[in-house]
Design a protein around this ligand. Structure first.
Ligand SMILES: [Zn+2]
Ligand SMILES: [Zn+2]
Length: 281
């Protein structure tokens, strides 16, 4: 069972990735939420080019990734869930929820620590907000994120299938909740009870620091509500709000080479912990 899981993982991930990407792209063309000023060809080629780099760097850097490690942990009896007895479906459900909470906390940490913000701000420096924004992460952030996930898998010992479901789900919801799609307000309200919607996550891509530092969730919307980081709508409204951060606001900054060096360019200024420095300057 676990062997076949590992064998089908790459195909499953690729099919879901391409399927959701194409579906959201069609939805964006048919019913866009905001008018996009920057030609799609510039952002899409560079954002998708980054996905290729991220995938290669990740594969080359770790001998085993999250699902593989969960299989290994199951075989060797590592981690909490491989020691205590519980029904399989409970272990799957709890694992997915715990992994999502960890990703939420990790996201807050990347905003709070200046050196980590330097890496994560590249995700925020996209000047538009669409399906490819959801794939735009610096390779070093991807590596750190995988390291954290591997540590959680070691400690928790989740069923491998739960890790696979979580990873596929996270990839799909990240593309969904970054997309530039219009949907009826009632649909957004209902969906927000179970999943982060594009209108909810767009608030997180606002140029205003107090909005950037809200709505950290990727899959489930509950953590923001429970832990006090939830903002319903952007102050300026979805159509008028400015997307991005105060640094890196030219079209040239959207190119792959510039994106990769953004972490070492300029001060870490702007957002969370060192906000005071920003006020002084
Ligand atoms: Zn963020
Ligand atoms: Zn985002």
């Amino acid at each position: 069972m676990t062997d076949s899981l590992l064998a089908t993982e790459p195909q499953l991930r690729l099919i879901v990735f391409l399927g959701v990407l194409v579906a959201m792209a069609i939805w964006e063309l048919a019913a866009p939420r905001r008018r996009q000023e920057i030609p799609r060809v510039i952002r899409w080629t560079n954002n998708l080019g980054l996905v290729v780099i991220d995938t290669i760097v990740l594969r080359l850097s770790f001998p085993v990734l999250a699902v593989g490690l969960a299989v290994l942990a199951q075989d060797r009896g590592w981690g909490l869930f491989n020691v205590i007895e519980m029904p399989g479906w409970v272990a799957v459900l709890v694992s997915i929820i715990v992994l999502d909470l960890v990703i939420y906390l990790q996201h807050v940490m990347f905003h709070a620590v200046p050196a980590l913000w330097r890496l994560h701000r590249m995700h925020h420096a996209d000047l538009e907000f669409d399906v490819t924004t959801g794939l735009r992460f610096h390779p070093v952030e991807i590596l750190l994120s995988m390291g954290i996930k591997l540590a959680v898998v070691m400690a928790l010992g989740p069923p491998a299938v739960a890790v696979l479901i979580f990873e596929v789900l996270l990839n799909a919801t990240a593309m969904f909740n970054h997309s530039n799609v219009r949907m009826p307000r009632i649909a957004d309200r209902v969906l927000r009870l179970i999943v982060v919607t594009p209108d909810m996550h767009r608030v997180h891509h606002s140029i205003r620091p107090e909005e950037t530092n809200s709505n950290f969730g990727f899959n489930f919307p509950w953590w923001d509500r429970l832990l006090g980081t939830y903002k319903t709508q952007p102050k300026a409204g979805h159509e008028a709000m400015s997307i991005g951060i105060e640094q890196f606001r030219t079209t040239r900054d959207l190119w792959l080479d510039r994106m990769l060096i953004q972490p070492v360019k300029g001060p870490a200024s702007g957002y969370p912990i060192n906000r005071e420095t920003r006020k002084k300057s």
